[in-house]
Each structure stands twice: as C-alpha cells, then as structure tokens.
Design a protein around this ligand. Sequence first.
Ligand SMILES: [Zn+2]
Length: 141
Amino acid sequence: MIKYKLLCNDCELKFDSWFSSSSEYEKLKKKKLLICHNCNSEKVEKTLMAPQLISKSKNDEKFDTQKYKKIKKTIKNYQKFIKDNFKYVGDNFAYEARSIHYNSKKPTKGIYGKASLKDVKELKEEGIDTQLIPWVDEKEN
Ligand SMILES: [Zn+2]
C-alpha cells in the first residue's frame, strides 16, 4: 500500500488516498476514476508530498529550527555587544550619523539605531560608514 497526498486543481482541496501501488494510481488517473470528494472534479493530482518526502521534510524542518535558533543566539550576542558598546539613537540614526561624521569631535561610542534603506544608501554616498545588521525583537523568544 502506498499513500499519496492528492490535490484537487479545481477547489484546491488536499486529501490523502491509499493505493495498492503507484501503477494503480496511474491506472485510476487514466480512467478518470480519481475524483475530488469535495467538488467531484477529475483534475486530481498527486502532490510532491509522497510519504518518503514527508519524513525528509520533517527532518529538514527540525534542522532549520535548530539552525535558526543558533543564528538567533548569535544575533542576540551581537546585539548585546552593540548595546554595551554603542549608543542607541533610535529613529534619529541618519541624523546622528551625520552629526558625528561632520563634526570633528569624535564621540566615545559608536551609535546604532533604526534607519531606512534609503537613509543607509545616502549615508554611504556621503562616505559615512554604516553597517546593516539583522535585529531580533527583544520580546521574541
Ligand atoms: Zn475539488
């Protein structure tokens, strides 16, 4: 027995169906005996979610979650470093970056904050060194 995930192309219903073999599926399909039980459409097709692929994608998901957690941890460590060593200027980033750049007086700390991509591009054009970093929301776990 083999289980296929079937997809109705008319109503987009997904459902599982059992066949004695993959050739039985082909046979039924040719005879137009594969029918959507929701809308009676014959446009029913097997999706790529064959059983062997399901177990594989589950592993991938698990792997991705772990990978994601690891990346997140790295980002959070990075954030901590930045918070300890840089001054937060919030939405005023572009303004603050410019005043640091155009004032000869060097600040003791670097700054970080929010800037739009447009701001970053303009700052770069003015020769102000900026770095884009990924940021994880504090409230998120
Ligand atoms: Zn249907």
